[in-house]
Design a protein around this ligand. Structure first.
Ligand SMILES: *Cc1c(COP(=O)(O)O)cnc(C)c1O
Length: 224
């Protein structure tokens, strides 16, 4: 292996304040790269494709916490429900209901984040702020005993303009405070603000991220 995964991982860690969770985004990277990060103490990994995730789960140590970070089709939930540690990008009530169903089948509670769409790009998935408010207001989630909403996730626009990125993180943070107060004031679980990727995680952390999802800065460029 010629890529210094361990060195890059240490570098990223050194830039994160205590208490910010680093999710190592390992999609498209070979198992040896994940193994190297594991040896360096990394235990939380994020993948975005169900089959690739399954293959990695089978060969890597079982104390790894796997986050599913990509767009998740409802018909794929059943495959990851037995073992996934967190589903980060829930963007519809339909998906939430399916996670509840599969959580019940597996007799476990599945941690999820609601994905917000704040960025300008039209291709990004996620709930608009109004759609998210509506989902929470309608309240069906309150009866889901096998789903635990642990916070929010979002991606900022992929732009050079730092001010714009910062503004989007701020919007997300303000929204977090709003829904925390309105719906989760009594919940000890609604704590996570998952924002920040390789190119913007230092800004994200300044803007109150509690969980960064960093791939390229640890593992190098992905080969598709
Ligand atoms: C791929 C991906 C990341 C990591 O992106 P990098 O730029 O490689 O750090 C983070 N979040 C999501 C949702 C992703 O799909």
């Amino acid at each position: 292996m010629d890529y210094d995964v361990k060195g890059h991982l240490r570098e990223v860690r050194s830039r994160l304040p205590e208490g910010v969770c680093l999710v190592a985004i390992s999609k498209y990277h070979p198992v040896e790269y994940l193994q190297a990060a594991y040896e360096e103490g990394q235990r939380v990994f994020g993948e975005s494709h169900e089959q690739e995730l399954r293959q990695k789960v089978e060969v890597l140590p079982n104390d790894i916490q796997w986050h599913f970070i990509g767009h998740l089709q409802t018909n794929k939930v059943k495959y990851i429900a037995p073992y996934v540690s967190m589903i980060e990008a829930v963007d519809s009530l339909k998906l939430l209901k399916e996670i509840e169903k599969q959580g019940a089948k597996n007799n476990r509670v599945i941690d999820v984040l609601l994905e917000l769409h704040i960025a300008e790009e039209e291709t990004k998935y996620g709930l608009t702020l109004d759609a998210c408010r509506q989902l929470l207001e309608e309240g069906e989630w309150r009866n889901m005993a096998h789903v635990r909403i642990c916070g929010l996730m979002m991606m900022a626009s992929y732009v050079e303009d730092e001010a714009q990125i910062r503004q989007e993180f701020r919007t997300a943070h303000n929204f977090f405070d709003e829904v925390k107060q309105r719906y989760f004031a009594e919940s000890p679980y609604f704590t996570q603000r998952s924002w920040g990727m390789s190119h913007d995680y230092p800004i994200a952390v300044e803007e109150g991220s509690t969980m960064v999802r960093v791939g390229t800065a640890i593992f190098g460029p992905r080969v598709y």
